[in-house]
Design a protein around this ligand. Structure first.
Ligand code: NAD
Ligand code: MN
Length: 818
């Protein structure tokens, strides 16, 4: 045999990693109990579940099956621990996180092997990707614990957090959840996935070794129906952080509706991998391997839809088929394999079912000529061509090594295809033309966009979805806000005393708020004569709705009478209904160009609104007096605050900027706060003008277009503002106003699939209904659970909290260098 022959016929030999240290560790601990209060506790049920190695179907060990009694015990332990941990200085918490990071590094090989055994993913990936990222996450968040006091002033931890994670990156998801939670001073109860509990249990041992105070971290293994649901419903838990499927995310949204629990959901995806004709195709092929065959394709942000420019499709596909033929599927502990085992037989069957569906649907399937091992749950890399964009395999998340390819002609078509999904987790864009790539990136509705790269993660750069991929971010500074609240939120006032007819004056808003405001009021107001009684104009006209920049009659043909606090009729407004809202949402969508205009232009319009309002401040003040019975001085101060607030958001418009992250990579990550889209807004009843503008201004400042339901009992300040919008050059459709019954209208908006977020400031019951209804398209919600905030106060009534609610962060990864 010549050297040349050897070279041609050369193949990989096995390069196995020894399983024995991990198996010995398992044997020593078997069976595994629950980790509560830094102790191993037997489950109340006395039952244990098998954990299986998917590469051979054999049982690795047994882990405890927790039930709701164990959840109670763990939450009690975490609550007790929170008393101290929540007040522990940031530096002390930082030291503990640092200790965890160090211990993870020290045990990295054992963790990597355990993860490969339990999940079926390759040791190459667990060793080089999962475990290093886990350590990085704890280091990074040790830093935030250290800096919390200075960088998040006024914020405090939430309390006990319930965390539920999937099986695809078991330890990494644990790190994404636990590190920020404990860095911010919360305590946690975490449930690993049923198939992959083992690295979490090794982590529990590390927690013990690192001397964390008992109860700060509790880990409960078991079934979703036992542990998961009990965590979600537990009244002692202040927040649920969930990663998993969109269906379960939706059920958790519904289960927590109205409870006041904070919620972050990292859900599924069907992410596009877009290849333009000037891309370097050899890099693209390696990119595809990393996009869909990394972790057996069991990646929420897997590039599972290959969108390729038509003129290069054949060339790319033939290169891809050659590469697929050379991929190696096999023993996860063999360092030379590319693709390991699918996590379970159920998951394997689901992949098989969807692949069969693709064939039925008429797509062309491609698989390598070789066969997979049969002693475990393996599936070969698979490619579909001739896929129609509406077919099941193009729309449904397969969560396996299955890629579907489609073609496009123009960049605009690429964007349209890319966004033709209910998800929005990630995207990759391949082109050697950086101008093109950076033009496309903002147009794709996804939380992460990778330019000429894919599936990169780092603790510094937030990760999370748009649309039905969920809400909330993990990583980066933005991820911290998921685990804190304003200190003042702890003392929120009870519900407003307004009644729907407005006859009961709200004592709180006309006395205490006002007193504090009056104490600091300008000289400007000092000289003002304050007519306590003003002449009421006769009922003149019915204020119409405001849709697409025009005043519109309500579809119902009905009006609602507006009363003053004494019960006198003072005006009429349209009684809006579902049809009016539909028109308003449509108008808001048509105005989406608002988001892509310059921030300078938006700021100018907000300043202009303030200017136009100030010209008519007395008229607006009188209207407030008329609707609320408050004094004229008081009403004037509300108008002054509104003008100041408009200035604040005009100022913020071109100053609420993103960041440039520096992850350990040659490149940068551009974190851009983007508009959410169409936001439905139900305004509070107190402060007819201020409550309205305090919500409208931040939403439009950030580029959203909105449908607003003004105060139900005092809507006239909002309807008076039409002329202000018109004379301020606000484009038609950016602000649409539908008056009527707040809760009924809110329900319609919360259910509407073309509304991207819903803000609701009303009753506790209404808040719950909005959260429930929002689960349809997983829209983001911001509700007040019936609590009033002090709208006059610049800390409670304006600022970054509002801007964060009005934006979602997109992280665009741009590697550089040749
Ligand atoms: P899953 O939703 O079935 O389970 C996720 C976790 O939730 C598990 O721990 C499970 O036991 C628990 N659970 C299930 N039903 C529950 C319920 N009713 N109440 C409370 N907890 C419950 O998902 P999976 O099959 O484990 O993971 C695959 C899914 O996760 C995919 O859809 C994938 O896209 C998604 N995922 C998303 C991300 C992300 O960051 N966005 C990351 C990884 C996985
Ligand atoms: Mn397993």
């Amino acid at each position: 045999m010549s050297v040349m022959d050897i070279f041609e016929t050369m193949d990989y030999g096995p390069a196995p990693e020894a399983a024995s240290p991990a198996l010995a560790w398992l044997k020593e601990h078997q069976p595994f109990n629950l980790f509560i209060n830094n102790q191993w506790v037997q489950p109340a049920s006395g039952q244990y579940l098998d954990s299986v190695n998917p590469a051979n179907g054999k049982v690795l060990t047994q882990v405890a099956s927790a039930n709701s009694a164990d959840v109670d015990a763990a939450v009690a332990a975490a609550s007790a621990a929170f008393e101290k941990w929540g007040k522990t200085p940031g530096h002390v918490r930082a030291r503990y996180l640092y200790a965890l990071a160090r211990q993870i590094q020290k045990h990295s090989r054992l963790l990597a092997v355990l993860e490969a055994l339990d999940n079926g993913k390759s040791i190459r990936e667990t060793r080089d990707i999962d475990i290093p990222l886990v350590a990085r996450h704890f280091y990074y968040h040790a830093g935030w614990a250290q800096l919390m006091a200075s960088e998040l002033p006024g914020y405090q931890p939430l309390g006990v957090v319930g965390q539920i994670i999937p099986w695809n990156f078991p330890l990494l998801m644990l790190a994404w959840k636990i590190a920020p939670a404990i860095a911010m001073g919360n305590t946690v109860v975490l449930k690993p996935a049923r198939y992959t509990p083992l690295t979490a249990l090794k982590f529990a041992e590390i927690v013990q070794e690192s001397g964390l105070p008992p109860g700060v971290i509790n880990i409960l293994t078991g079934e979703a129906s036992q542990v998961g649901e009990a965590l979600v419903r537990h009244p002692g838990i202040k927040k649920i952080a969930f990663t998993g499927s969109t269906d379960v995310g939706r059920s958790i949204r519904r289960a927590t509706a109205g409870s006041g629990k904070k919620l972050s959901l990292e859900l599924g995806g069907k992410s596009p991998f877009i290849v333009f004709d000037d891309a370097d195709l050899d890099s693209v092929v390696e990119g595809v391997v990393d996009a869909i065959w990394f972790n057996q394709g069991q990646v929420c942000c897997a590039g599972s839809r290959l969108l390729v420019q038509e003129n290069i499709a054949d060339r790319l596909l033939s290169k891809l088929l050659i590469r697929m033929e050379r991929l190696r599927v096999g023993d996860p502990l063999d360092k030379a394999i590319d693709i390991g085992a699918i996590v379970s037989s159920t998951q394997l069957q689901e992949i098989q079912r969807l692949v069969a569906r693709g064939v039925e649907e008429g797509a062309q399937v491609w698989q390598p000529s070789w066969a997979c091992p049969t002693d475990g749950y393996f599936f070969p890399p698979t490619l579909f061509t001739n896929v129609s964009p509406a077919s099941t395999i193009a729309q449904v998340e397969i969560f396996g090594p299955v890629l579907v390819a489609m073609t496009f002609r123009t960049p605009a078509e690429a964007v349209e295809l890319a966004n033709n999904t209910r998800y929005g987790l990630a995207a990759s864009v391949w082109s050697d033309n950086i101008n093109l790539a950076l033009d496309i990136a903002p147009k794709i509705k996804a939380g992460s966009v990778w330019v000429n790269c894919t599936n990169l993660f780092d603790a510094s750069s937030g990760f999370g979805g748009y649309r039905e991929s969920g809400f909330g971010r993990e990583g980066g500074k933005e991820g911290l806000y998921e685990y804190v609240r304003h200190a003042w939120e702890a003392q929120l006032a009870s519900p407003s005393g307004y009644t729907p007819t407005g006859r009961a004056a709200n004592g709180a808003s006309s006395s205490s708020f006002t007193d504090s405001l009056l104490a600091g009021i300008d000289d400007e107001l000092d000289g003002l004569s304050a007519p306590e009684t003003i002449e009421l104009p006769a009922i003149d006209r019915t204020s119409k709705l405001f849709i697409a920049g025009k005043q519109a009659r309500p579809d119902s043909g009905y009006s609602r009478t507006v009363y003053d606090p004494a019960g006198q009729a003072i005006g009429e407004v349209g009684d809006g209904n579902r049809k009016d809202l539909r028109n308003a949402v449509e108008a808001a969508h048509k105005a989406s160009g608002w988001a892509t205009g310059t921030t300078h232009n938006r700021a100018q319009i907000l300043y202009y609104m303030a200017e136009n309002l100030s010209v008519r401040e007395d008229e607006f003040a009188r209207r407030i007096v008329q609707q609320t019975g408050r004094s004229h001085v008081d009403a004037m101060s509300e108008v002054q605050t509104v003008i100041s607030r408009l200035f604040s958001y005009a100022a913020w418009t071109d100053k609420f900027e993103g960041g440039v992250h520096r992850p350990p990579l040659r490149g940068v990550v551009l974190a851009m706060p983007e508009a959410i889209g169409v936001i439905g807004i139900a305004c509070p009843d107190d402060y007819p003008l201020l409550g309205f503008i305090s919500l409208v201004a931040p939403a439009i400042a950030m580029g959203n277009t909105i449908v607003v339901i003004p105060s139900q009992i005092a809507p006239l300040s909002a309807t008076d503002s039409y002329q202000v919008f018109e004379t301020s050059d606000l484009p038609a459709g950016v602000v649409n106003i539908v008056t009527g019954e707040r809760d009924a209208l809110s329900q319609v908006l919360a259910e509407h699939d073309d509304v991207d977020a819903m803000w609701y400031f009303g009753t506790a019951e209404g808040s719950k209904r909005v959260e429930l209804a929002s689960a349809g398209n997983m829209k983001r919600t911001w509700v007040n659970y019936g609590h009033t905030r002090n709208w006059l106060d610049s800390v409670q009534g304006e600022g970054q909290e509002f801007l964060r609610a009005a934006t979602q962060v997109k992280n665009i990864w741009v590697p550089y260098g040749e």
